[in-house]
Each structure stands twice: as structure tokens, then as C-alpha cells.
Design a protein around this ligand. Sequence first.
Ligand code: ADP
Length: 229
Amino acid sequence: MIQFTDVVKSYEQGNKALNGVTMQIEDGEFCFLIGPSGSGKSTIIKLITGELKPTSGTVHVNGYSLERIRRREIPYLRRTVGVVFQNYRLIEKMTVYENVAFAMRVVGAREKEIRDRVPYVLELVGLEGKENRHPNELSGGEQQRLAIARALVNNPSTIIADEPTGNLDPERSFEIMALLQEINNLGTTMLVVTHDRNLVELFGKRTIAIDEGLVVNDGLEEEENDEAE
Ligand code: ADP
């Protein structure tokens, strides 16, 4: 579960990024987070992953209290949250297989577990047969699938996808969202940060809208079709 209560985040320069955010995302939910540039979306992600601490208020993520988490507990928190980064952050020198296996090695998985798990995850995201390619030999959609496989491989309870369709055409975007939905159906909590209103409307999921560091809407985006555009 992700729970923000009255979260304020000010940066050193005095910039107030969040002005009292309260929201709760239950285990197993699929939720979009939308808002204009500068509204505080990245700050919310960084608070969830423990990269930042709230200035005031409380942030609870999968049993950890982020306002008072110890540095040495952060790797354990991060195993519960897989992040799909905006520009993929793949390792170019490594093959598809190795990119995913490496994510398991860094958390100390055994070789046997790696051999069992990596093919399963690559198949789940539709990259079977491409194990030996390098990221630069993949299409944009395939690179995104690889980034999703890597986020998924250590079996996190939550996945945060930051603009997962930002670099993709509408058809690829739809496929990636369908994949994230499928992963959610298997039980992983999904938080998708996006600008893409069309996809949000198409998928009809809970949507948390933020503006100027405040939650301005929380519910089904479908109900607001009249206001769109
Ligand atoms: P979004 O991801 O929605 O574009 P951000 O969370 O990045 O929004 O930013 C929210 C606000 O916080 C913006 O006004 C931004 O300028 C400010 N901000 C973000 N990061 C920093 C930082 N490291 N130092 C100072 N201000 C920042």
C-alpha cells in the first residue's frame, strides 16, 4: 500500500513541490498519476522510492515509513517497488538476457533462480527469442518491454512506470499499457505517470490528478470527458 498523508515537500531553494498531498493506493490497484509539467509527479515518485524525504507529513510504502526510514533499510524498500524509468536506463553493453539477470544479481539472487526467472519474465513481456540482442538492436517498444521486465524480475509488489509511452507511437503505447494492465492482473500494484490523456480515457482506471503540488482530482477520468480538450 502507498499512503501519503498531508505531504509537503520543499526543496532547498525554497521551491514548494508538494503542498499537502493526501492519497492512498491499495495493494493490487491500477492507478494513473497525471498533471502538468512541474506539478510534482517526479517528486511523488522520489518520495515513494526513498530518494527524497518529506518536509512534513507521512509517506507509507509497503510497510515502510519513509519519513523515518533508515538508510540501510532503503534497499529493502526498493525491492518492493520496481521502477520503469522514462528513458529506460538499459545497459547498452549487455544483452537483453543479461540486463534482466543483472537486476537479480545485484540483489544477490542465486544463479539457479536467475535461470528460472529471467526466461519467464522475458516471455511475459513478449521478448522471447530476443535474449541475445543488445538494447540498440531493439525497437522503442521492445526497449520499453525490456525495462518493464527488469522492473518486474525481482517480483516487487508495486511497479511505478514514469511516462512509459512517452517515446512510442499510439499503437505501441496501447500495447505497453495493455502489458502493464496484464501485469497488474497478476497482482502487482501499478502506478503509471503519464501525459497521455487518450490512454487514460481509453483504459478507464482510477486517475489521480495533481496540480501545483496538490491533488485536484481522484477518481475515474471517464466521468470528465466533457471537460477534456
Ligand atoms: P513534474 O514531475 O510534475 O514535472 P516535479 O516534481 O519535477 O514535477 O517538480 C515540482 C516542482 O518542484 C517544480 O516547481 C520544480 O521546479 C521543483 N523542483 C523539482 N526538483 C527540484 C530540485 N531538485 N530543486 C529545486 N526545485 C525542484
